[in-house]
Design a protein around this ligand. Structure first.
Ligand code: BES
Ligand code: MN
Ligand code: ZN
Length: 484
């Protein structure tokens, strides 16, 4: 999808989306021009028949196969960037089937309470989300937006900046989604490592990839235990973007279980169904790294992921096994399906070696987060309230809902083991917080944030602008958090 600013007079697009506020009967500058170009259709038909309620759309076919789609934006003073993105994305989704020539145009929608850069950015994101489809395995593909036109006469630099940023983040999210949608048969640890290496080569950044032998040498024992039942070799990846005078150093860790069968504590079929997506954390931090390499902020960013499959076999790790993690702390395996926290524990320990100012991990970690927050809210927790608040504010601005879950010191009581330093699972209640409490043991950082996307990474019905399937959630929020 190529995005461009086009003057309304000059568009050759056959599908044009234009916005209307509720109870507003005057035409915008762009609409006045479209009205002239299309013989008064907006004035004579649309304005008279359209209420402009939020998310309402009405299609007006006019001569030469052109369709003008009126999009309701609700009350003028209530429009926010998040509502704009939702409305535009839904309208584009609905209009996609009409784009025969690959061109789709949207009026640049402005308002006093939203900034130009934000409006442009969110319009492009809206189009990117609506246009995305994992159709690699479909013999018949949907229509695609090849040229996306933003109709305006305004040549403000801010609009161009917003468009650029939108294109960068769309590419990053699509990159993440493509990895998540791909089958586990293809998206193996080795394949992910290859993708990471290619990304590093493309942007000329540092890459470190460890194979099984190197991992043994470095005592990634908890990680190796999880992967030992699989025919696929485990891989660890680290990429680093290092600007000249960084004002801050951040490590991002993504859970990278390329398939989670549960291991010997095997999952029932309905729970296993989406477990190719258990590497979404890894795909997310790779997407963020792609965006960071384009935006080039003065922050040093490392991304890390421990990649393996969790499989049942004769060589699998077993309940009752005691593992000496990379940190030296011992863990009794209470449930082989609580594998993510084991792999993350070793990576958190490794992250400390880089003396980061902040450590953030993102993981499809617990089914419990779905019980607590559903599929559309991401759970966050950590050991620093200021950092949590900061992240929460960024997520709210970007429009990705998050909610903080508590971590209490004494949650360790439930993880007590008779023979080791701790068990990997505890009581059923507050499962997401207990998992967070477990992870907290493995970082020395005083600025650690844990993001549980088990619910929000992959959805089975559309939500606001999001389509079903892989959502690319947190790619935009994490990028914004780093660059702002
Ligand atoms: N990958 C799962 C968590 C998950 C569940 C992700 C649903 C996406 C959707 C994780 O490894 C897991 O199996 N967690 C267990 C932990 C339990 C054994 C303490 C769970 O949530 O059931
Ligand atoms: Mn599991
Ligand atoms: Zn898992």
């Amino acid at each position: 999808m190529k995005t461009q600013i086009v003057k309304p007079q000059n568009t050759n697009s056959k599908v044009i989306i234009t916005g209307f506020f509720e109870d507003e009967k005057s035409l915008s500058n762009v609409q006045a021009e479209l009205n002239k170009k299309f013989l008064g259709v907006i004035e004579n038909n649309i304005i008279k028949n359209f209420e402009g309620k939020f998310n309402e759309t009405l299609i007006f076919p006019i001569e030469n196969g052109v369709k003008i789609i009126a999009l309701g934006l609700g009350k003028k003073e209530e429009l926010t960037l998040n509502k704009l993105r939702e409305a535009v994305s839904k309208a584009i989704s609905g209009a996609k089937k009409y784009i025969k020539e690959g061109i789709l145009s949207v009026e640049f929608i402005e308002n006093d309470n939203i900034c130009k850069k934000g409006a442009a950015y969110n319009t492009v994101i809206a189009a990117g989300i609506a246009d995305y489809k994992f159709d690699k395995y479909k013999t018949k593909k949907d229509e695609k937006i090849e040229n996306f036109e933003i109709l305006t006469n305004d040549d403000d630099e801010k609009i161009i900046e917003g468009i650029k940023k939108g294109d960068i983040l769309n590419n990053a999210m699509n990159f993440t989604k493509d990895m998540v949608f791909e089958s586990a048969e293809i998206m193996t640890p080795s394949k992910v490592a290859e993708i990471a290496k290619n990304l590093a080569d493309e942007y000329k950044i540092e890459a470190e990839i460890f194979d099984k032998n190197k991992l043994k040498e470095l005592n990634f024992n908890a990680f190796l235990a999880v992967g030992q039942g699989s025919a696929q070799e485990p891989k660890f990846i680290r990429l680093a973007y290092k600007p000249e005078n960084p004002k801050k150093k951040i490590v991002l860790i993504g859970k990278g279980i390329t398939f989670d069968s549960g291991g010997l504590d095997i999952k029932p079929p309905s729970s296993m169904l989406t477990m190719k997506t258990d590497m979404t954390g890894c795909a997310t931090v790779l997407g963020v790294m792609k965006a960071i390499c384009e935006i080039k902020p003065d922050v040093e960013v490392h991304i890390m992921s421990a990649l393996c499959e969790n499989m049942p076999s004769g060589s699998s790790y077993k309940v009752g096994d005691v593992i000496t993690s990379k940190s030296g702390k011992t863990i009794e395996v209470d449930n082989t399906d609580a594998e993510g926290r084991l792999t993350l524990a070793d990576v958190l320990t490794y992250a400390d070696e880089f003396n980061p100012d902040e450590v953030i991990d993102i993981a499809t970690l617990t089914g419990a987060v779905i019980v607590a927050l559903g599929n559309n809210i991401t759970g966050i927790m950590g050991n620093n309230q200021e950092m949590i608040d900061n992240f929460k504010n960024t997520a709210e601005k970007i429009g990705e809902p998050v909610w903080q879950l508590p971590i209490y010191e004494d949650m360790m009581d439930g993880l007590k083991s008779d023979i080791a330093d701790m068990k990997n699972t505890g009581p059923r209640g507050a499962g997401s917080s207990v998992a967070g409490r477990f992870l907290q043991n493995y970082t020395k950082s005083k600025n650690w944030l844990h993001i549980d996307i088990a619910g929000s990474a992959y959805i089975d019905k559309p939500y606001r602008e999001l389509q079903k399937g892989a959502t690319g959630v947190m790619v935009r929020t994490l990028t914004e958090y780093i660059i702002k």
